[in-house]
Design a protein around this ligand. Structure first.
Ligand SMILES: [Zn+2]
Length: 1082
């Protein structure tokens, strides 16, 4: 490998972490904030593939590093994994202080060709060749169907194929007995592209897309080899062949390339109202459509015969309904298009939670669509071209919450998981069935065969209804994955806890809380009979605990050589939870007392993590590390960089890591399917910017308890208990990978969240948890001409805690539009805000905080300017926004005032970094809450409009604007800011509330540090507590409730969240609007 050439960690890209595509770095171009040039599209692909090269990663081969652990107590050389990562460091992901030329806008699209320069470009060219060049152009016209897979011409305008089926009994047809082809193979593959239809994509070649079965077979056979080869393959600059990549199946990249040039002459775009926006199955070939004239009663044509009474193939009728669909949405559209004069209309905040916009699809399609809580797009009307997207000046991207806890999740166990042979998309509700036997992929348009087994519907127990299978009826579904989806037997759940036991740590008293919570929840750790658990503690040395069966008590082994950490006794440090429960419980009971006399103040966190990594590498699993200070000795030791009086606007604010030790270690962990979760409990600066990398790149989570102390800060104790319980007991997925696919023409170019990007677009998630969110940015790489809809699909392949290999798939379908006003009409302001927040974190790190802030403001200015100049037909005075974006300035102002991006000295550096971690890792719903809190008046709660859940009545008070103007001294108000809540009691608050809810006689006797509401037997108390509990239950973290009065020291924190009001360092909402207006009118 060549450390110097960067291997994707391009030294020319400051702050470009491996999984940040160069696109997010301000372009090195001197003019034009937005790039409209055609060359951009070509470069997108190159850039896109760029990160695929990153990896001089250790092979995924599960057990490769393990001999180290097996050979006993002799200090060992580092496993190859550690050595490999040297390349990473020299490439320098973290150029301290380097600031690129800055533009205060985002390139929503991709960066130009010129960037990054030099080695990377040629490198990419080479890769592009290996990845996509195989099918020679001539093969496009040839019959490239794999043997046994026949594709039939749908004769344009003709009758559908005459298929007859024999129902083979009532049981599911045997998989092993494929139905003989009904048509002789000599029939031509696909007929000439019908005129006037959607782009017909010819089947891809065998080389590009081997049939799934043989692919999986060869994969199994060759996986070992491939793993072994990974490093050497990488060294010559080609794509690291990653076995997981092969399993999950490559994305569209490469394969799509050869499919793009064969568009038939496109039909003239239909008139707007005539566009069937998504009704029925999109892109039905004309031959099929013609069989059923609009309005005809379905597809029950005599052409399909089912001699033994099988139900005829029936797809929803394509009729005039789709017209009514658009008409039906008309009133909504009108409202959506209504320009709002923001300077005049002050009451734009909805009084109920803002819902995601509903895509303008026919209701039959929309009702199948993915829940926006799981999958959401910034623009629910997808612009047809990049030029149109550029005009809108809005970012295009997806926000995902893929592993969210779901109350209902269809799980399919089937030996055949039906996927597109070309692009590996999972069959989903938005594919089209050409007939019973063939379906057309909605991402690449390849026509695929319906496997015999799929003809039987296990839900209805009917045969011949492939389109009614659960896979085609549910946008969110989980598959039990057969062995082809495994590189090794599913790993057992393995949990390793790493505790800081320095003097400082013991002082905080955290170990008591953690050990007790762990003891209480030991039986609830997700797992099975194979679950393993282990413990490491550390101060200036590292302590291991042997939990060998037969020992009367745990045995502590101390390793004081922290320069070259070794595992003293590999066998009994990670032990079976069930078989060694008593010893484990003993240890948890005694640990908090063991170090109470310790005077050791040093912290060898880095070496402890190295030890943990070595211990975990053979299996993979989860490391939970608890740290209370700046690591001071051994690898990864850090120096304080916080200057208390530093203004946050200063350029050299330390948002970048000071060492790449933690990132490198995280990448090693990722390679061995180990994730590290960091619990930072600290009153002092601990350089979270550096430490956080350990979780970020290993797909872990970061928790931060500022000034944790068991006596001085008791509410933090409760918070830690509650959140740790959630953490310990929540669902977990191991050795996971996720891939997001989208319809051909769209391209994903930047990923946000905690993970590592393996091979181009495969996210490596050693652990996945239900509380993690992700975001991606996209561009329109090729015009979506003639497409009525596009689809997005995320597939998460993981091992459950029960040892099952599963695939969770979400698919979302959205309409394509051709006008700017339609793009604005479908704008999802919350998703846009969430994506911009992610981009702003990156910008803060790669450039500066002030640059990120400018870019946020410019996002508002640019989009409203574009709206004003290109959509509004009549120029009116004021600041006009489309209805869909009426909250955009407010939300951006809220971001500017949020801890991650605010100016002034309010936020401690670690706190700011932690908030940035949250922005990157939280699902949108929580991100919005912490950005723009919800304010309710609660002294007059009623049951009117209340929810009834499990015999509880939950009041639903209206949401108020965040301004002190809305507060009355007569009232009491609850502000829900996500991870914290404030209950503000007005000076003249009604006596009733004070006595019936707070349980004190009068305002003066409300205690200063009140953080709990007493449970009183009054209707008012019950209502208030029900409401607050309900809010708390809906999130994975535990918000502390602060009850504050006018003279409370926390009042300033409460007021800080009054987004619409002016603060010492920030504009009021009205001032902000005036500023925007001034810029827009320029
Ligand atoms: Zn496909």
């Amino acid at each position: 490998m060549h450390p110097s050439d960067g291997q994707g960690y391009s030294p020319s890209v400051p702050g470009a972490y491996s999984h940040q595509m160069p696109a997010k770095v301000p372009p090195h171009q001197s003019s034009g904030q937005y790039n409209y040039s055609g060359s951009q599209i070509a470069s997108q692909l190159n850039n896109y593939q760029g990160p695929g090269q990153i990896l001089n990663r250790p092979p995924v081969a599960p057990l490769s590093g393990s001999p180290v652990q097996q050979t006993g107590s002799v200090p060992q050389v580092l496993p190859p994994a550690l050595q490999n990562s040297a390349a990473v460091s020299s490439a320098g992901g973290f150029p301290p202080g380097a600031s690129p030329p800055v533009l205060s806008n985002w390139q929503y699209s991709q960066t130009p060709v010129s960037h990054p320069a030099g080695s990377q470009t040629s490198h990419l060219a080479h890769v592009a060749g290996t990845a996509s060049a195989q099918p020679p152009p001539s093969s496009l016209s040839g019959n490239t169907n794999p043997p046994g897979s026949y594709q039939y011409a749908a004769s344009p305008g003709g009758p559908p194929l005459q298929n007859s089926y024999m129902k083979p009994g009532s049981a599911p047809p045997p998989v092993t007995q494929p139905l003989p082809p009904l048509h002789p193979p000599s029939r031509p593959p696909l007929g000439p592209p019908p005129v006037g239809g959607p782009p017909l994509i010819r089947p891809s070649t065998l080389t590009a897309a081997p049939p799934s079965n043989s692919a999986s077979q060869s994969l199994l056979n060759s996986s070992a080899n491939r793993d072994g080869d990974a490093t050497s393959t990488a060294s010559d600059g080609s794509v690291v062949q990653n076995s997981y990549d092969a399993i999950e199946g490559g994305g569209l990249m490469g394969k799509v390339l050869e499919l793009t040039t064969t568009h038939p002459s496109p039909a003239p775009p239909n008139l707007k109202m005539g566009r069937s926006v998504g009704y029925s199955y999109p892109n039905l070939p004309p031959g099929y459509q013609n069989t059923s004239p609009p309005g005809a009663p379905g597809m029950q044509t005599p052409a399909l015969q089912y001699p033994d009474g099988s139900k005829p193939f029936h797809q929803p009728p394509l009729g005039p309904n789709h017209l009514t669909a658009s008409m039906g949405g008309l009133s909504l559209q009108q409202e959506g298009l209504r320009p709002v004069n923001l300077l005049q209309e002050r009451n734009i905040l909805p009084t109920t939670l803002l819902q995601a916009p509903v895509p303008n699809l026919h209701e039959d399609i929309q009702k199948l669509n993915c829940n926006p809580e799981l999958f959401r797009c910034t623009l629910t009307n997808i612009p047809q071209t990049q030029a149109l997207l550029n005009k809108a000046k809005l970012p295009l991207g997806l926000l995902l919450h893929p592993f969210k806890d779901l109350s209902q999740l269809p799980v399919v166990t089937s030996s055949t998981i039906v996927r597109c042979r070309s692009c590996r998309t999972y069959i989903n509700p938005f594919v089209s069935f050409l007939d019973q036997r063939r379906w057309k992929c909605n991402l690449c348009y390849r026509v695929n065969d319906v496997p015999e087994e799929f003809m039987y519907n296990p839900v209805t127990r009917a045969y011949g209804e492939p389109h009614k299978r659960p896979e085609v009826q549910n946008a969110t579904i989980e598959f039990m994955a057969p062995s082809e989806y495994m590189l090794r037997p599913p790993q057992p759940p393995v949990y390793l806890f790493v505790f800081d036991v320095s003097h400082n740590a013991i002082e905080t008293g955290y170990l008591n809380t953690v050990c007790k919570t762990l003891l209480d929840n030991l039986d609830l750790l997700p797992g099975n009979t194979r679950t393993k658990i282990g413990f490491i503690t550390f101060d200036s040395t590292i302590h291991f605990y042997s939990l060998q069966e037969g020992l009367s008590q745990p045995q502590m082994l101390i390793v004081s050589d922290i320069e070259d950490v070794f595992i003293p006794m590999p066998e009994n440090l990670l032990v079976n939870l069930n078989e060694n429960r008593e010893l484990i419980q003993d240890l948890l009971k005694t640990l908090p007392q063991m170090f109470t006399k310790s005077l050791e103040t040093q912290s060898a966190l880095g070496p402890a993590l190295q030890a943990a990594f070595k211990l975990m590498s053979p299996t993979g699993g989860r490391i939970s590390v608890f740290q209370t200070q700046l690591p001071s000795v051994g690898m990864g030791a850090l120096k304080s960089r916080e200057e208390p009086n530093q203004r946050a606007t200063a350029k050299d604010i330390h948002l970048t890591p000071s060492t790449d030790f933690y990132k490198k270690l995280a990448l090693d962990c990722s390679g061995q399917q180990v994730a590290v979760d960091l619990f930072l409990l600290s009153g002092q600066y601990s350089d979270l910017a550096s430490l956080g990398c350990i979780s970020r790149y290993s797909a872990g989570s970061v928790y931060y308890y500022q000034s944790y102390h068991h006596k001085h800060n008791p509410v933090q104790v409760e918070k830690l208990q509650k959140e740790l319980k959630r953490y310990l007991t929540r669902k977990i997925g191991f050795e996971a990978v996720m891939r997001i696919r989208c319809t051909k023409g769209l391209s994903i170019h930047t990923f946000h969240g905690n993970f590592f990007v393996r091979s181009t677009d495969l996210l490596s998630l050693p652990n996945v948890n239900p509380d993690a969110g992700y975001a991606v940015q996209m561009s329109v790489e090729e015009s979506l001409t003639d497409m009525q809809v596009v689809s997005f699909q995320s597939a998460l392949l993981y091992t459950s805690s029960k040892g099952e290999r599963r695939i969770r798939v979400h698919t979302m379908c959205l309409p394509v539009v051709t006008t700017l006003s339609d793009v604005y009409l479908g704008a999802d302001v919350q998703a846009i805000t969430g994506l911009l927040a992610n981009m702003a974190v990156d910008r803060s790190v790669s450039a500066s905080l002030s640059d990120a802030r400018d870019a946020l403001v410019n996002a508002v200015i640019d989009s409203l300017s574009a709206y004003r100049s290109s959509v509004l037909s009549i120029q009116q005075p004021g600041l006009m926004a489309p209805h869909s974006l009426r909250l955009f300035p407010l939300y951006v102002l809220a971001l500017l005032k949020q801890k991650a991006f605010q100016t002034g000295t309010n936020a401690r550096l670690d706190e700011r970094i932690f908030t940035m971690c949250q922005v990157k890792n939280q699902p949108l719903v929580y991100l919005m809450l912490m950005t723009h809190p919800n304010l309710y008046r609660v002294d007059n709660l009623t049951d009117e409009g209340a929810l009834n859940i499990n015999d509880r009545t939950i009041p639903q008070p209206p949401i108020l604007q965040l301004s002190v103007e809305k507060l009355s001294r007569d009232g009491a108000y609850l502000m829900d800011a996500g991870s914290v809540m404030f209950l503000w009691i007005g000076k003249n608050c009604g006596q009733n509330f004070i006595s019936q809810v707070l349980g004190v006689p009068n305002y003066g006797s409300v205690p200063q540090n009140m953080t709990h509401l007493p449970e009183l037997e009054t209707a008012e108390s019950i209502r208030t507590i029900a409401f607050i509990s309900w809010l708390r239950e809906q999130r994975p973290f535990f918000p502390i409730l602060y009850i504050i009065k006018d003279d409370s020291p926390l009042k300033s924190s409460f007021l800080q969240n009054m987004i619409e009001d002016r603060t010492e360092s920030a504009l009021s909402y009205y001032e902000f609007l005036l500023h925007i207006q001034q810029q827009v009118n320029k």
